[in-house]
Every structure is written in C-alpha cells, then in structure tokens.
Design a protein around this ligand. Structure first.
Ligand code: BGC
Length: 733
C-alpha cells in the first residue's frame, strides 16, 4: 500500500504550509476549458460529440487546440488539484508548469481521463475482453493502455469498471466484466496490476480508479442510475469482492457510484467509503466522486443544499470532487460553522497528496516526449488482434464454419463496413480511421465477396431495404451469407439502458429472407450487451458473438470465421430468451420450487426457463473431452482435478471452469458458483490434467448478520466447459 513513514512526514510538512484555500484546491478536479471564441467544458464537448452535434475531429480540435485555459489562474492560486480531459502532452506540461513553477507551493496536478479499453490502440470492450478468461491479457491490455496514455500526459485512468451486473438492460454492462463475481474479481486485480505495475512512479504506468463503488450494476430494472436495495450479505457476496480484489492488488483510487444503496447515496455513504473500504480493506489511496456525484445528492433528496451535500461527502470519505465545485464553494463556510473540521479536510488532502507522491509527480511532474511513440505501434496492434480473436465467442456452428478462403460470400448488414462501430462505447482517444471493419479485412485477404448493407444507416431504426436484399440474394453466386446484426455502439454504455433486447428494425426479417433464399447463414453479432435472439440463433447455421472488438475487429472476425484462429471465447454474461425474463444469470438460487417444465415450478409460462446461451458458453472448431474427475481433501483444502483431452483435429485452447454448490447452509445458496478457471492449450489428441485447489475460506458465504460462514457441508463439484453440465462429484468438506 502507499503509506510510508517518509511520505506521511512529507505530507505533514506540506499540510503545515498550506492555506485553507490551497487545501480545498487539492480536493477539486476540474474539466479543461478550451477557449477559442467560445468557452465550453470538456463535459460539454463530450455531450456535443455524443449528441452528434460535432464530429470527433472537431471535438479533438477543440480539446487539443486550446492554447489557454481559463482555469490557469486557479492553478496559479492552487485552487485546483486535478484535471479531467487533458490528453495532449504539451497541454498537460503547460498546465503542470503553472502548477509547479507559478503556484506558491508547487504542488503538481494529477491528470485523469477515461482510458477504458485502450487509449489510441483500442482493445475489445470489457464485456468482450472478459470472454477471454485470460488474466495475462487483462493485464497486458491495461499495461499498453497505460503506456500510450502516459505519453499523452495522463497519470490516472477512470478504469477498471468492475461492476458485476446480471441485467443486460443496463447499458453499462459493456464497460464491465459481466455477471460473475469471481471472474470480475480476477479481472479487477489484473487490470490494476496492468495499469499500475509494481511501482506507480514508473513513467509508463498510471493510477487506476476502480469504479463504480458499489452495486451500480444492480440498478433496479436495469435503468441507469436507478436505486439499489439489497441485503448487506448479498452486497458483500456478489458486488463487493471485485473491489476488494482491486484494493488488494494495490488500487490507488476508487470512485463511489452514482446510485444509492438502501437509501444512502454511495457518494455520502460512510459505511461504504470509510468503514468497509478503509477500516476493513485497509485502502489508503483516495476517492473521487463520479461526475457531479456530490451535487446529485441534492437530487437524491438526502442533502437539502450544496453545503449539506459537501458536508456529507467529505465526512463519509469522498476525498475529491469531480466537477461540481461544491467543496470549493461550501467547505470554508462549513468549517467556519463547525460542521466540518480541519481534520476532516486534512484527511482528504492527505489521501490525495499520498497518491501524488506515490506517482512520483513531485519529482517528475512533466511528461517526456518518447524518442519513438508507442501509440498504435505494431506490437500494440498485434496484442489488440490477439485479444480480439480470443474475445469472440462461437455460439453455434452446424458445420458451416470455418469458411474456405476460396468460397464466394455475400456480406450483408449495417455493420459490415462501419469502422466507427468497431471501436465500441467509451472510446476517447481511438480513431475511426485506425479501425478495421470486416469488409476491410476481407479485401486485404482477397476473399471473393459482395457487400450490400440492406439496412439503412439510422442506428435507432435499422430499416430493411427488402428490394436491395432480394436483388443481392438473386444476383449473388455465393451460397453462404455473412450477416452482421446487432446494436449500434452509440446505444450502449452510460445512460443507454434498454427495455427491449430483441434485434431492432428489419434485422431479423433480413436473416429470415436469407434463409428463405436457401442460403447458409452465418450470423455475426455486434453488440455491447447480451441480446434476446432465440429465433435468430435457431435460424442461423452458425452464430458468432463479436461484441465491440476495437481497432482489430475486422481482422479478428476474419481470423475466426476463416479458421485462422480456433475460437476460445466464453460468454461473460447469460443470453436470455427475451427482455421480460431478465435478469437471468447462472448463479441463481434454486428456490423451493426449482425451475423445471413441471406445473408448479419457478418458471415463465411463455418462454423456456433456460437461457439461449448460458454463462461460460463457447464452442470451438475442435472438441474437448473431460474425464477422470477426482476430488479430495488435503491440508484443509479441496483438491480437484480432471483430464482434458483434445479429441478433434485442430489445436485449441480450452477454458476449464470449476463450479461448486454448497448443499447445506443456514441461508439459501446459488445452484452453482464459479470458483476457479484454468486455460489449457492442447494439440489434437493431447491430454492435460488440470488441478485446482480451493481453501475452506473460498467456499464460505454470508449469513444475514452478516457474518462470513465457512462451516462444513456436502458440496457438489463440477468441472465443466460452461455453467451447465460437466463432470460432477460430491464431497463432504
Ligand atoms: C461516468 C464515469 C466516468 C466519469 C468521468 C461519469 O459520467 O459515470 O464512469 O469515469 O463520467 O468521465
């Protein structure tokens, strides 16, 4: 962790010299304010971009061309401690020079930006990357993002997002690792290691900000920002472990979520931010509110005035205020009135200075121009392609895939040539022109193909041009059609919740017409959340989940559908039958009337109780056989092993998943819980023994006190290819 005697002493000395105004300045993060005839903040520029009122080029021009920032005087006075949105080394150095050379105490600024899935080299969206089940790659992509971002003067990313979410209606599932706590925890720790390395002061590493703390993904009805009401036991068991894993891995900062939990907004939730995070987990970095999160406590209705909100937030332990200036405006008065103490202000300043020191900002405040920029270098692109290959999930294959390089194909659908759609949600520094679409890749590989979109370019209607499709189907010599369907990335992400998960517009009709024309149908899904696609899965000869794969999307789709890469991705979220059956997730409780086709069972009348594709699902071009499961106890540990054999004709990588079910407990337990996974790479005919050890502590649960219970029980153990089926054994442990 970050506390050392030397650092705390340096902070003491600095605190002694700081005026109240300078202290409060450290607690304020501002957006940049480019001036060029008019003045807008970075948030406003982002909103203009998102609303389509300015293009990406204009946005970048606005943000990067700023030669003067109206907040420069604030830096000089020491009344701002951090900026969000600077992504240009000259700009960062310009502002930093004012802080270091022209402010009274020379305290450096810390520059933050949302570097969510890559910087200039855009990697697959987190929900897709999670499908690799590959900790090494989770870490690698974060390391590359940190290297590229640090060249642009960024010290700190608002990532990783580690919100477990079981509800695909929530648009932000695209930004996180999916529905499972265990996978999310491994993802969280790997990301922190990747961004931060072992030493934050190394110049190509940046601080992580783990978000959104906590249970943001449990928003009622999947509606963004909505309320969360849950037992502490469930919170501790399902939603908090990824944060705990990130803290254990050394996360420098965390971000309280917008939502309330049981009536208390996370931004002002003392139990969460202080008692749990600092006292229980031993966190000693700092917390930054989400954008205007402190102000939003007034809208939550738990604070009457800005002063109330500021008082509650600082007392709860929210150290830095992103964007709303409530600390700046209200803390002096609150101090005077005795509602907030100097100790409370000092505590927040101390937490922030500690991280600034750990980052080496006092010694090396400026970003050095590297001799050769690493941004988008061949090595980074190769890693992006590798991760994109591994993120793809082969959902169904009736023998049509892989395609042959010399067969003619017809490509249809809105996404066929859309480079900007490949980048995905939450991309700030990535560029459309760096991305490869499927048709780009097919051209590069000299595949004989026709491309007819057949779907109009409105991302909210996606109307089918039947005539165009009929003509294309009539005129083509291809027997196989690759259809790209899904949802626009601009309808995924923050504030993009949906009540309908079915394909919009004429996309399903398009698939139907292709089948009716007697063609083989290969459906590629481009989406940021699980969709409800039972009929589409049924009518497709092959279905491939391609998510939002980043700049190497087209290459990766080509690699998988042409068999250059044997697909190995596994779903990080369950695919439901329809929108109304959400949330649907694999580790649900059994209930007293377990789901079945029987009359009085926990199920829906109008759709199957099983998902279309379960968590952990994913096919390959080879087949794996699981055998010889043994489960025994050794030194108070469960030792589980099984042999995995590649019984097909192609080498491949298998993700072996270990699930448990606790049969006896004072509280109901999920039907299955993922407790371990391991990757094995097997040549045809090769067998490898996979062994996993689980400690008693890993098998515990919370009762309603809530107390962590590790009592003995009968356990079902499954070593499986996905969250259904697999080898089964039982043991008393
Ligand atoms: C989002 C955060 C993000 C922040 C800063 C907020 O609207 O919820 O995830 O880090 O903006 O861009």
């Amino acid at each position: 962790m970050f506390k050392t005697e030397t650092i705390e002493k340096r902070i003491d000395e600095l605190l002694e010299k700081m005026t109240l105004e300078e202290k409060i300045g450290q607690l304020y993060q501002s957006g940049i304010s480019p001036v060029g005839g008019f003045e807008i903040s970075i948030q406003e520029a982002e909103q203009l971009l998102e609303a389509g009122r300015i293009g990406r080029k204009e946005y970048e021009r606005l943000v990067n061309a700023a030669s003067f920032d109206e907040r420069e005087d604030m830096i000089r006075k020491g009344t701002v401690g951090s900026f969000i949105g600077v992504q240009n080394p000259e700009h960062a150095n310009h502002l930093q020079r004012i802080a270091v050379e022209e402010s009274r105490l020379g305290i450096p600024l810390i520059f933050g930006l949302d570097v969510v899935h890559g910087h200039r080299t855009v990697f697959p969206s987190p929900i897709a990357e999670a499908c690799t089940f590959n900790d090494e790659l989770f870490e690698k992509s974060a390391e590359i993002a940190a290297r590229e971002a640090s060249e642009d003067g960024i010290n700190w990313t608002f990532a990783p997002m580690v919100d477990v979410s079981r509800d695909p209606r929530w648009g932000r599932v695209v930004e996180g690792p999916g529905e499972d706590t265990y996978l999310a925890s491994r993802f969280a720790a790997a990301k922190v290691r990747g961004f931060q390395g072992d030493d934050l002061s190394v110049e190509d590493r940046i601080c992580a900000c783990v978000k959104h703390f906590a249970a943001y993904g449990a928003c009622e009805g999947g509606r963004d920002y909505n309320t969360v009401d849950m037992s502490e036991a469930k919170l501790r068991e399902v939603y908090l472990p990824p944060f705990a894993a990130a803290v254990k891995a050394g996360a420098a900062t965390l971000m309280p979520a917008f939502n309330d939990i049981n009536g208390s907004p996370c931004t002002t939730n003392k139990w969460l931010l202080n008692d749990y995070l600092r006292d229980e987990l031993g966190f000693d970095g700092f917390l930054i509110s989400d954008a205007h999160g402190i102000q939003e406590c007034v809208f939550h209705g738990t604070a009457e005035t800005p002063a109330d909100a500021a008082e509650q937030a600082i007392k709860a332990g929210c150290d830095m205020d992103m964007g709303c200036e409530y600390y700046t405006d209200c803390l002096p008065q609150l101090l005077e009135e005795g509602r907030v103490s100097m100790d409370e202000i000092d505590r927040a300043v101390r937490n922030i200075l500690r991280i600034k020191m750990a980052c080496g900002l006092f010694e090396h405040p400026y970003v050095q121009k590297p001799e050769k920029s690493s941004k988008l270098c061949a090595e980074h692109r190769d890693v992006a392609r590798d991760i994109a290959d591994r993120s793809i999930v082969l959902l169904k294959n009736d023998g049509v895939l892989p395609l042959k390089a010399d067969q003619k194909v017809l490509v249809v659908g809105y996404f066929g040539d859309k480079r900007n759609e490949m980048l995905g949600a939450w991309v700030i520094s990535g560029r459309e022109e760096d991305a490869i679409s499927l048709t780009d890749a097919l051209k590069e590989e000299n595949i004989d193909f026709d491309f007819v979109p057949c779907i109009d370019s409105s991302i909210t209607s996606m109307t089918l041009d039947k005539e165009q499709l009929e003509d294309a189907l009539r005129n083509t010599k291809a027997d196989t059609v690759i259809a790209l369907v899904g949802e626009s990335s601009f309808t995924t992400g923050e504030a993009q919740s949906k009540s309908k998960l079915e394909l919009i517009g004429g996309q399903t009709e398009m698939l139907r017409m292709i089948k009716a024309a007697g063609k083989k149908l290969v459906t590629l899904l481009i989406n940021g959340r699980p969709l409800a696609i039972p009929q589409e899965a049924e009518m497709s000869d092959a279905m491939v989940e391609c998510w939002q794969l980043g700049i190497e999307a087209g290459h990766a789709m080509y690699d998988v559908i042409y068999g250059k890469y044997n697909p190995s991705g596994r779903l990080s979220m369950t695919f439901p039958q329809n929108s109304g059956s959400c949330p649907m997730y694999y580790n649900h409780m059994n209930t007293g009337r377990p789901a079945s086709d029987g009359p009085w069972a926990s199920k829906y009348r109008d759709c199957p109780y099983t998902p279309v594709f379960p968590f952990g699902w994913g096919l390959s071009y080879t087949e794996y056989d699981y055998s010889n499961l043994t489960v025994k106890t050794e030194c108070d540990k469960l030792v589980i092993s099984a042999d995995i054999t590649n019984i097909g004709n192609m080498e491949g990588e298998e993700t072996v998943q270990v699930y448990i079910h606790r049969r006896r407990a004072s509280h109901t337990r999920p039907v299955r819980e993922l407790k371990a996974y391991k990757k094995v790479y097997l040549q045809p005919g090769e067998t490898e023994k996979v062994t996993v050890e689980l400690s008693r502590n890993e098998l515990g649960y919370y009762n309603n006190e809530p107390r962590y219970i590790t009592e003995e029980s009968m356990f079902d153990i499954f070593v499986a290819h996905d969250s259904t089926g697999g080898l089964h054994s039982e043991i008393y442990f």
